[in-house]
Design a protein around this ligand. Structure first.
Ligand SMILES: NC(=O)c1ccc[n+]([C@@H]2O[C@H](COP(=O)([O-])OP(=O)(O)OC[C@H]3O[C@@H](n4cnc5c(N)ncnc54)[C@H](OP(=O)(O)O)[C@@H]3O)[C@@H](O)[C@H]2O)c1
Length: 240
């Protein structure tokens, strides 16, 4: 279903980074866009940045009540994408804590599924759901076990839900490293060095910008014949 002026799109975790870029692209394509995230100040800031007409609400994805109220306010829509996540803090297994692991999986997987469950009654015919994975699913490394596991689980989830929820389409986007506020916990110097070194190691010579990745979400919304798939947008990370 082509994203155009008749499309209604709901984006959760869209006040920053990749989700914000999806919101901007969808609004520029003429769609009616509703965004949400946990922090009211983030919602206000995003709405000031986005084109007029975008609506936004505060919603904590870890609360089923919040999610239900958010979708109620959003009404009926064609496409739902979930990009909510806490800042990344890769850690080796030595530093593993059960609480941190539950928190990490909670937002990226457990609450994502709750959001899908609560979004479904609001989806119009021909609708789609897009979740967020990452190339760590295929290529992890020291410190990336949780990221790899959650990303891999998301790929499995969309393959299963695509069958269970058909004809609703369910897909995922798997970015490589993206220049986004997700990395805000690193010092600026370390972060820029990580972007530079990672980019230099890739066939395309740079890490992704959020707009590179946003295109994949819009493409999966547009693509009526894709379901259960994961779109890898990684500048060649997995082949380098
Ligand atoms: N950036 C990368 O390099 C990269 C690479 C691979 C995969 N990914 C994946 O892509 C996804 C999006 O990443 P990003 O780079 O766009 O991150 P980001 O810029 O940090 O954005 C995360 C968004 O999630 C929202 N959020 C956090 N906790 C929430 C909650 N409890 N309820 C609702 N919203 C919440 C944040 O809003 P508030 O400000 O309100 O908290 C923010 O809008 C993540 O799943 C990430 O793992 C990113």
């Amino acid at each position: 279903m082509t994203v155009n002026t008749s499309s209604r799109i709901v984006l959760l975790g869209a006040t920053s980074g990749i989700g914000l870029a999806v919101a901007r692209s969808a609004a520029q394509a003429g769609a009616t866009v509703t965004i949400g995230s946990r922090n009211p100040a983030s919602v206000d800031r995003a709405l000031r940045e986005l084109p007029d007409g975008v609506t936004g609400y505060t919603v904590d994805a870890s609360s089923s009540d919040d999610l239900a109220a958010f979708f109620e306010k959003a009404g009926e829509f064609d496409h739902f994408a979930y990009t909510a996540a806490d800042p990344l803090a890769g850690a080796p297994l030595n530093d593993y804590t059960v609480d941190a692991a539950f928190q990490f999986f909670g937002l990226r997987l457990v609450h994502a599924l709750d959001a899908v469950r609560l979004a479904i009654p609001h989806l119009r015919e021909g609708g789609s759901i897009t979740l967020t994975s990452g190339t760590a699913a295929f290529k992890g490394g020291t410190g990336w076990t949780l990221g790899a596991a959650a990303s891999g689980a998301t790929i499995s989830v969309v393959r299963s839900l695509a069958v269970e929820l058909a004809p609703i389409r369910v897909n995922a986007v798997a970015p490589g490293v993206v220049r986004s506020p997700l990395w805000a916990q690193m010092s600026e110097t370390d972060r820029e060095e990580m972007y530079r070194a990672t980019g230099a190691s890739l066939p395309l010579g740079r890490v992704a910008e959020v707009d590179d990745v946003a295109k994949a979400y819009l493409a999966l919304m547009d693509q009526d014949y894709a379901t259960g798939t994961t779109s890898i947008v990684d500048g060649g990370t997995l082949v380098a």
